[in-house]
Design a protein around this ligand. Structure first.
Ligand code: NAP
Length: 312
């Protein structure tokens, strides 16, 4: 018999939990909001498995949870967890590499379209003047068709974005840690250095993981390389972009627009961005569809079960 702690109420948790052995103990935070560190420790101190949602899991916390053997992360990015410390303590960390891919790629397109077709401004115009005055250049935007999409980080989500981009008749270039010749062929994508990509792309879309290695991959120097009419999309991690430099580039019209789902000091957002009509901002909703949330919950529970059941 094992005890599993779920750190937030997540969609479909009761249905998913039905697949656990009846004698396993399950504690689910009744709230969608995070537990304090003290609350988390008090509920999980005798826990064998934990399903975590954005909670920061460091060595000190793990030390307070001596029975913990399975950490099931409710997402693909594991930059919230000290992986070295988990390894040292024999805790197996699992994530959701496949469940989140489609929805996150889809949101990248939602943001691209919102930036190119100026949906923020269009919505605001309709609300602010009834009736509105139509003119041939009212909220005039640009098409995705024929534009060059520069994908930075060509893993699962980056490649799904490339697949979707074909339907929009975009040209695809990419930069990643390693070249991927078979994928290049399948998706008609060309490899470029980071500098070349930034200079050539009309849309730059970020899909690298967070963490120290990718911190400020896009800073003032990189933004300067981009075209004036280019847009930047970030559905990866806020730390990948120097947000102050980005706000400056948007204010100075050094680039045309940005679509952001993640923030450097999340959940805080650089104040200047909030006032800019050419910044489309969403609150980390890459995976926030019912279909994806239910699939994530089922797989996250399955992951914690698999780790603990293998210990019988
Ligand atoms: P993935 O399959 O691991 O792809 C990441 C790609 O980034 C890989 O192709 C990797 O290159 C490349 N890469 C890693 N470090 C790099 C570096 N320093 N420079 C250049 N390229 C680098 O991960 P994924 O499933 O596509 O997810 C990507 C990230 O999206 C996640 O880590 C997560 O942070 C974020 N995400 C956000 C949301 C949201 O709600 N907004 C939802 C899901 C995921 P190689 O292939 O050569 O190793």
């Amino acid at each position: 018999m094992y005890k599993i702690v779920v750190t937030r109420r997540i969609p479909g948790i009761e249905q998913a939990a039905e697949h656990l052995p009846p004698d396993w103990d399950l504690w689910i935070n009744p709230s969608e909001y995070p537990l304090t560190r003290e609350e988390l420790i008090s509920h999980a101190k005798d826990g064998d498995g934990m399903l975590v949602c954005n909670d920061r899991i460091d060595d000190e916390l793990m030390a307070a949870l001596p029975r913990l053997k399975a950490l099931s992360n409710y997402g693909v990015g594991v930059d919230n967890i000290d992986l070295e410390a988990a390894k040292k303590r024999g805790i197996i960390v699992t994530n959701l590499p496949d469940e989140v891919t489609y929805s996150t790629a889809e949101l990248a397109f939602a943001l691209m379209l919102a930036c190119m077709r100026r949906l923020n401004e269009a919505d605001q115009l309709v609300r602010s003047a009834n009736p509105f005055s139509w003119t041939p250049t009212i909220v005039i935007g640009r098409n995705l068709r024929g534009k060059t999409l520069g994908i930075i980080g060509f893993g699962r989500i980056g490649q799904k974005v490339a697949e979707m981009a074909k339907a929009f008749e975009m040209k695809i270039i990419y930069y990643s840690r390693s070249r991927k010749p078979e994928v290049e062929q399948r998706l008609s994508a060309e490899y470029r250095s980071l500098q070349d990509l930034l200079q050539a792309a009309d849309v730059v879309s970020l899909h690298v993981p967070g963490g120290e290695q990718t911190r400020h991959l896009i800073g003032a120097g990189q933004l300067k390389l981009m075209k004036r009419e280019a847009i930047l999309i970030n559905v990866a991690r806020g730390t990948v972009v120097d947000e102050t430099a980005l706000a400056g580039a948007l204010i100075n019209k050094q680039i045309a627009a940005a679509g952001l789902d993640v923030y450097e000091q999340e959940p805080f957002v650089t104040e200047q961005l909030l006032k800019l009509p050419n910044a489309v901002l969403t609150p980390h909703i890459g995976c926030s569809t019912w279909e994806t949330r239910f699939a994530m919950t089922a797989k996250a529970i399955q992951n914690v079960y698999d780790v603990l059941a293998s210990r019988y």
